[in-house]
Design a protein around this ligand. Sequence first.
Ligand code: ADP
Ligand code: MG
Length: 697
Amino acid sequence: MNYFDTKIEFLKGVGPQRSDLLNKELDIFTFGDLLQHYPFRHEDRSKIYQIREIHGDMPFVQLKGSITNIETLGEGRKKRLVARFTDGSGAIELIWFQGVNWVVKKLKPGVQYLVFGKPTFFNSRINITHPEYEVLTEANEQNRGLQPVYSTTEKLKKKFLDSKAIAKLQINLLKEVHDKIHETLPSYLLEQYKFVSKREAVIGAHFPKNTQILQKAIARLKFEELFYVQLKLLQQKNNRTVRYRGQVLSRVPTLNEFYKKHLPFDLTDAQKRVIREIYQDLKSGHQMNRLLQGDVGSGKTIVAFICMLIALDNEAQACMMAPTEILADQHYQGLKEFADLLGISIAKLTGSTKSSERKKIFAGLLSGELKIIVGTHALIEDTVDFQNLGLCVIDEQHRFGVAQRAKLWKKKSKASPHILVMTATPIPRTLAMTLYGDLDVSIIDQLPAGRKPIQTMHWYDSQRLKLWGFIKEQIQLGRQVYIVYPLIEESETLDYKNLMDGYESVDRAFPEIPKSVVHGKMKPQDKDFEMQRFVKGETKIMVATTVIEVGVNVPNASVMVIENAEKFGLAQLHQLRGRVGRGAEQSYCILMTKYKLSKDGRVRLETMVKTNNGFEIADVDLKLRGPGDLSGTQQSGVLDLKFADLAKDNQIIKEAREAAQSVIKKDPDLQQNEHRVITKQLSQLMKKGAAHWGRIS
Ligand code: ADP
Ligand code: MG
């Protein structure tokens, strides 16, 4: 057995009761678990302040001195212990409201203490409530510096397992395991990046002598963490290429016909390039796993359709999976336009597809008569089977993740279907590397020619008359206008009211102009009817909730007004803005907000005004929200990082990726001697992962 798997119960200072608590409260079961319960910060105890130096708003201070007087004051809830503490330069009060009886027994006047806490001013006197204190000894006076702070819980604290107590356990543990901490990175990487050894890093992360040592320890642990994430992703990628045969999709007669007769516009160079990249994969005989990124309006739909044609040209079928019904519907509409040109059969399957229709679709997919199917999760249900699924396009929006993708490979086919993952809006490079690190990447980094950049303005609600004037002007020029209200997720009723209030004020401002209104409570056919009126130009203003985020394409609509814009996330604002700027006319996006905004809200709006570039916007978004907040990423598992921060550690992510790439390239099966440390560590990580799942279920 691995020494680190020793039950925590057997550590000096733990025993059965504490072990039970550590299991339940902190998920700590073994020596290894405790060792990896790293402090979340360190307190600088290197400096000892003099009492006369203390002034208002200092964070934490450490003092050295003795107690001259102790008394218990007040009764009942106001009962408190007040100790007068002096160091020769001045005096302050130390105050306890809790544990009074316990503290009073321990504090001794005349004894020298080290005291640590946050000073506050009360009645023009300085005091520290609930300070930490310990009797001054030679050891703790010498051995100051950075002190670890460990996360703990109320329950543990009640049983005296506070941060300090955990630190003591860590000291006991490190004594035991010190000689058994072995290296987990190959030595040439340590040399290349000048990393400290694993042992130094572990000790340095718990008990650093100074901040420099702490930084070095953390830098190495971050790298190691990201390196193994990348290594696993790249191994998966590598295994798939070797293990899964892909159908060879090389013939392209229909595609040629489409190019010659039906192509509605010239493809951009970027579109042509990614189609070439994808075609290389499709005809290679290996299964494709590729991520297609492109900004809003960059023309991903036609690229997806062209790839589907390649599948169809080789007696295979194609599917497109979207995370929501609305998105599935949009993709269906977009693809059907092209499919109809060639008389290709296409259908849509979602949770709301009627069972009679469903039966027809299932039969069509099984016989191979139905060539393209667009849908939601419904597509990965076990009941859906294909005659031969050749290509699956997934519109992810960070929502599906690796596990669901894997399900698709199991669909009945001659060989695993090729997978093309698309994202609706760009995601930052480093995040993509981690979330989609097992995929190859193609990027459409160019918009179709002739598009004028959208002008974005941020106006306050007090400028409403200016807004009405602007809208009137644009409509007189023959354009159409969207006015969008936020979805209030908690309350459909509020949502509706918000929209209807808005509609009334629009109606008062433009009584004579025909308007459409679309919201989530409408029946699909009514929604469609209103949409169609706007598409045909019968109505000039479309008042809507965010349903139009993914609505139809209306090139003549050149103004996007977003009300309560502060309530939208950056990605959504960018998506909405992408609804205009599709025609030849100059387009505008006007962000309306109240005057008072949060700091983040202001950054979002400024970013929108400053740039039309989705990749830039994604970077800001990641910095503002952090990766954990991006919808759906939590379940993906890869973001369960202890040290690294995907929003901040760009450089380390790149280095870890490069290092992992070079390892896999040099030694794909990790058989070389210098990589023994890697295989050992990987199997440790696997075991831990498995054990963790075992505990949860
Ligand atoms: P997105 O990448 O946001 O999904 P779409 O595929 O919906 O973008 O394309 C946006 C619009 O641009 C559509 O109206 C589409 O027909 C059009 N389009 C796509 N590619 C080109 C091109 N090369 N030239 C002109 N228009 C194009
Ligand atoms: Mg699209």
